[in-house]
Design a protein around this ligand. Structure first.
Ligand code: SF4
Length: 344
């Protein structure tokens, strides 16, 4: 039972998959057997919670059956998530599973944390004598959110290639590792017809919820900026960020520097980024303040059209007449303002 409790908390572990195999539970059983009805209901609940609360949620688990249903709800949720088929939703779901794992890990004894870290091949060391935890610097760099000051290597002590970390840090590193793993595993996966047919109603309901959310995002004003007047490149990058697509660093830089040049405040820019499915306020605030020159010696200027083209950030199929007359996204925006105000 103790092992089962552990697996229901960390259903992404390989031993959870082994449990399913050892008990000969097939996908067909999960989808159709009345015994697993509760697991299917919790699977849907995981997804609703992910979308509404950014955490797949905690349930009261008392009996062995409770734990089994919780454990099985995880593969079910993943299969349905694939059928919802929306990049924004998938990212939100991956983050929510990772946050849930983090919340559980923080409360674990160190042995259990190390057990979970092994799943991600993290080289973690614990000294019973000193009570200190460390991790190999390569693993640290692979998963640490080093854009935050506290996580920068310079602020960590390293001895013979190992970096000293606290328990909470280890939980956070596992969170990042899990999030990346779920994103990678679900990315590009095809929806199975059987799964779609069983969960059709919920899939369509969640798809509609996501669509409505996306529509609301598109119709929300971009700070004090008139969205319609933005150049196609900036519009595209903003919409990609808000849809949860991978936007290269240069794309994020172009948008932030563009918006800071138009004197949008950090708060207003954060508001735009907050609509992304995997929004992290601390990280984004740091990036904005750095580009705006609030915490660095330089206030960066947005790249011009030539540079945007070089980085593949100019959507050539959307280039319009105003683009052709201007050589900078900022000039485009200003020219559009001027053009529209002349009409009034
Ligand atoms: S031509 Fe310039 S302003 Fe127009 S979309 Fe391309 S980069 Fe943006």
């Amino acid at each position: 039972m103790k092992e089962l409790q552990f697996l229901s908390k960390y259903p992404f572990l390989n031993s959870s998959k082994d449990y399913v195999l050892e008990n000969s539970i097939s996908v067909d059983d999960l989808l159709n057997d009345p015994i697993y009805e509760r697991a299917r209901t919790i699977g849907i609940e995981r997804l609703d919670n992910a979308f509404d609360k950014k955490n797949v949620g905690k349930r009261v688990l008392v009996s062995e059956t409770d734990h089994i249903m919780e454990l099985l709800s995880y593969p079910i949720a993943r299969m349905i998530a694939v059928c919802i088929g929306d990049v924004y939703f998938l990212k939100r779901y991956a983050l929510s599973e990772a946050i849930n794992a983090y919340n559980n890990l923080k409360l674990e004894e160190i042995d259990s944390m190390i057990k979970v870290s092994k799943e991600f091949n993290l080289n973690v060391f614990y000294s019973e004598e000193t009570g200190k935890i460390s991790i190999h610097f390569v693993d640290y760099l692979n998963h640490a959110p080093t854009r935050y000051k506290k996580w920068k290597m310079i602020n960590r002590s390293m001895i013979k290639g190992d970096i000293a970390i606290h328990r909470k840090d280890l939980a956070r590193l596992i969170q990042e590792a899990l999030r990346s793993r779920i994103n990678e595993e679900l990315d590009g996966k095809k929806c199975s017809k059987n799964i779609f047919n069983v969960f059709k109603e919920d899939i369509i309901r969640i798809q509609n919820k996501v669509k409505l959310h996306r529509k609301n995002i598109e119709n929300t004003p971009v700070g004090r900026i008139d969205y319609k007047k933005l150049p196609p490149c900036i519009k595209d990058i903003i919409s990609a960020i808000q849809s949860g697509e991978n936007v290269p660093h240069m794309g994020r830089f172009a948008v932030v520097s563009f918006l800071t040049s138009l004197k949008l405040s950090t708060k207003e820019i954060l508001e735009i980024f907050s609509r992304a499915p995997d929004f992290e306020e601390e990280r984004t605030r740091y990036q904005i303040e750095h580009i705006a020159g609030d915490i660095s010696s330089t206030a960066y200027k947005p790249p011009g059209c030539d540079k945007m083209r070089t980085y593949g950030l100019c959507p050539t199929d959307k280039v319009d007449d105003l683009c052709k007359k201007n050589r900078h996204p900022l000039s485009y925006y200003k020219a559009k303002w001027y053009k529209e105000s002349k009409k009034k």
